[in-house]
Ligand binder design. Sequence first.
Ligand code: PEP
Ligand code: MN
Length: 360
Amino acid sequence: MDMQFQPIGEKTERPFIIAGPCSAETEGQVMATAQALAKQNIDLFRSGIWKPRTRPGSFEGVGKEGLAWLKRVKEETGLKVTTEVAKADHVYEALKYGIDVLWLGARTTVNPFSVQEVADAISGMDIPVLIKNPINPDLKLWIGAIERIYKAGVRKIGVIHRGFSFHGETKYRNVPRWQIAIELKRQFPDLMMICDNSHICGRRDLLLDVAQEAMDLNYDGVMTEVHPRPDEAWSDAAQQITPDVFQELVNQLVIRQETSDNAEFLHHIDDLRHKIDELDDELIKLLGERMTISEKIGEYKKRNNIAILQTSRWNEILDQTMDKAAVHGLSKDFMNVILRAIHQESIDRQEKIMNRQTAE
Ligand code: PEP
Ligand code: MN
């Protein structure tokens, strides 16, 4: 679907800053956070009113009552406000209280029925919508949600990258999988992209690094959870920071330009890119040659009735290559991905050869 988006807000320079508590807890907590953040010139004040919790029994948000607090934030601080909506009722209530921007949470984007319900409820309203990535790493589902909201007539759409669920060991609460967001940006360059470093990290010490990485990937802004007393927060305590710590984080962010028109810069970068292109050509040629030999091995194994995989040989390749790669400063993680991809392609080629010859 061909889509053209309009920006959310008038700000042209980066970063666009969204900050505020995970959840609205009390009127005092909301007002205190908003007053502190208003002094920092943030662009949008966030606060969850209805909280989609993984398990029942945790704090599920104050509900409608909190909308009046957000209205007060607008009136007393001049900040624009945003909250999460997951159902038609949420949309109607939020609009009644003058919420400026709506956002769809990760557990809503994942469900086309819910996204459609929200899309139908906002149809014909001129309200900007931010769409978080679905909890699972499925770009099509994310794009599907954008399309549903777009079809409802909304043009001021942005996306929030909040990371993806991951079963296994990781330092993140939700792994970033940056390539998924980069691909979305490639397909829709005018789509505003915000990094929710709080939900990616799940802990305070990583927040700056993740926000910086997002800025270096040309994201438009960040969404960060800020609470006056983070340790006492009713939800997501481990990842929230005080307004002062947040200000410090924003001050430390280095904002680099996407490109430059300086002739010397362009000349030098062209030169280096030319070298990269030559090496890529070489890599492609070598990979092709490697696959041709794999196919020969496949044919030979077939003739001798030998299985495709010899675990000991695969272990040998892994060990040898890891050692050699380390000498060239290549990380184990990187080599793992590359080697496994090459190995899988070899297996697929040999598999094809064996099947074809069986069929003949
Ligand atoms: C939130 O922003 O507080 C939230 C619930 O986020 P997510 O939908 O990304 O889990
Ligand atoms: Mn949260």
